[in-house]
Ligand binder design. Sequence first.
Ligand SMILES: C[S@@+](CC[C@H](N)C(=O)[O-])C[C@H]1O[C@@H](n2cnc3c(N)ncnc32)[C@H](O)[C@@H]1O
Length: 327
Amino acid sequence: MEKQIASLHLVSAFLAMEPTDCVMSHARSLGGGSVTVDVQRFIWDHCISKAIGKCHAPYLKIFLKKLILEIESNRDDVLDELYELYSEFMISLKVGSGVGLVGICLSHVKASKVILSDGGLSTLSNMKLNLKMNQISTEDDEPVTSECLDSFDHAQIGGMRTEIDIISLPHVKCLHLPWECASESVLQKLKPDIILGADVIYDPLCLPHLVRVLSILLDKTKSSSQLPRVGFDGAIGCSHDCSNGCGARDVAAACDSAGSASPAEHPTAYISSVIRNANTFDRFLALVDEANLAITDLTGTLPPASLLPYMQSYDRSSIRLFKLSSK
Ligand SMILES: C[S@@+](CC[C@H](N)C(=O)[O-])C[C@H]1O[C@@H](n2cnc3c(N)ncnc32)[C@H](O)[C@@H]1O
């Protein structure tokens, strides 16, 4: 009888959109003090799965986040369904995306809001081709022709760009984002929940710019509306075309089409890297420290999955994974 009442209170509080702390307290009561797997299943079946597409999405996002955090902090297992649904609310931004493989993978696991960025215009163009080859495309996309590729290259050389920076694809947006000239206001408009980077710590000249970009993206205390708009910084040691880097309008378009409505809470960056040069990596760590960012080495706890197991030449043991957040 007690359980029935606790279940009824839980469902009713959720439907009434009570503050999420209150809903969580009903969930704990139902589980006898903690949000057990059975309680999670009950919440999924009777609250969340029925609310998808019908309830106020920001409320559902906040509730999911609170639920997952509480379960994780008790070191209990989280239902896959909860993680999967939460990932659909998150905006992932990849810096230095290269060929776009991560975007392709994320879109396959139904991550709904993915922004792939890179500072190279020809890299972006190649990325778009790769996305198209993986059926990640929209009917509106202009076909990418060799002419188009040429114009990207010419644009880079001549400093005159004729192509737009944002290429709309379902689930995945491509964004021209050279770290050297990405302005604070532009970065703040992106509001990612998760920032990803792979093999981006190798050029000492670029590192200050990369860390500056990360620290702005990770700073959740500032919102774009509170901050003065600043122009593009001068490019020092810039290896990427800043002549017509990402504009605020382009970023706003990327965010709008990615469905970004509310500011990210506690954004986190995950950077994987092979440490080829210890000095370069130490420089990165020093810059991270100066920027007042927290960095944790997750390599021991989250070793790389054995993707592409046939590639024996690929030495996974040298890959490190770091988590960064604002202190
Ligand atoms: C070694 S590749 C890694 C690509 C991809 N993340 C991967 O793991 O396959 C480094 C990428 O970072 C990009 N990059 C390097 N310097 C950059 C900068 N200053 N601004 C933006 N992107 C940059 C390059 O264009 C390139 O795509």
